[in-house]
Write a protein that binds this ligand. Sequence first.
Ligand SMILES: Nc1ncnc2c1ncn2[C@@H]1O[C@H](COP(=O)(O)OP(=O)(O)OP(=O)(O)O)[C@@H](O)[C@H]1O
Ligand SMILES: [Mg+2]
Length: 285
Amino acid sequence: MSETIRLAAFIDKGGTGKTTATAHLGVALAREGLDVLLVDLAGKQGDLAKTFGVWGEYRELIDAGDAWPNVTTVFQDEWAAIAEKLGEAAVDDLVIETGEGVDLIPAHPGLDSLDADLGNIDDAAERYSRLETFLDEYIDPRGYDAVLLDLPGLTNNVSYSGLWAAKHVLAPVEMGPFEAEQADQLREDLTQMVEAFDVEVDLAMVLPNKVDTRTKLAEEYLEAFREEYPEAIAPEYIPYSQDIRNAVDGGETAFALEEPSTTAEDARDAFEADARALVDRLGGA
Ligand SMILES: Nc1ncnc2c1ncn2[C@@H]1O[C@H](COP(=O)(O)OP(=O)(O)OP(=O)(O)O)[C@@H](O)[C@H]1O
Ligand SMILES: [Mg+2]
């Protein structure tokens, strides 16, 4: 594969499955043979690292003051100097391995103040482009095939930085009337970025998640999303599966389950099909 695929999981709403989708699509891409890096910008609670059962370890580093450099460091004025001083180790120290074949740059408590710090930078391009510059200069040379960013479920300087860097959005949506409004809002947010900053951000995939097709309404909402987003809609929706919740709570994805339930297997198949569609859409191998 020539170019690195970049994708940001974003929608201005909590709990729709951004972290779950980032983790599962990441693992699905890795199972297709791609080298995958996940980046957690979604907040200090470290949900993505928790999904892979590696947050406890990282938390100890943080508490001991040894989690430096970290994901917030790459946004700082000093990053270039730090990277020059540490050489390859600067990025090596940022990235941890998970047990499921994907690499991860975990979240950090400093993400809390990062939003305000970015707000102090007057020039919008300067404010939002730091992450992009970091990925261009320090991550892409590492040869990753895909870099997936997990963003906060709200519009702030950190999520804008992620959108700016990735240019392609994955929007997990739940089935419901308010959810359709959220997706409209998302389209507006993306249009606004183009108008305000002359940055093109496209909706690569709208991913219906937690779908319970036993309910008549779910089918109707699914149909509405298909009509609304004929190009961006994911080929397969992700069913509601208690097994996903249990797996993630236990520090692994549904792909790591040895005896998956039928819904967990359906979810895995769907994530795999959607991962392949992403590669097609974003021009990978
Ligand atoms: N398909 C699914 N079936 C069952 N549970 C799911 C599914 N997808 C996600 N969940 C559960 O729903 C909850 C919210 O998912 P997740 O954390 O991925 O959402 P999020 O958009 O990242 O939330 P936040 O905005 O808080 O970061 C989690 O407990 C997760 O385990
Ligand atoms: Mg999340």
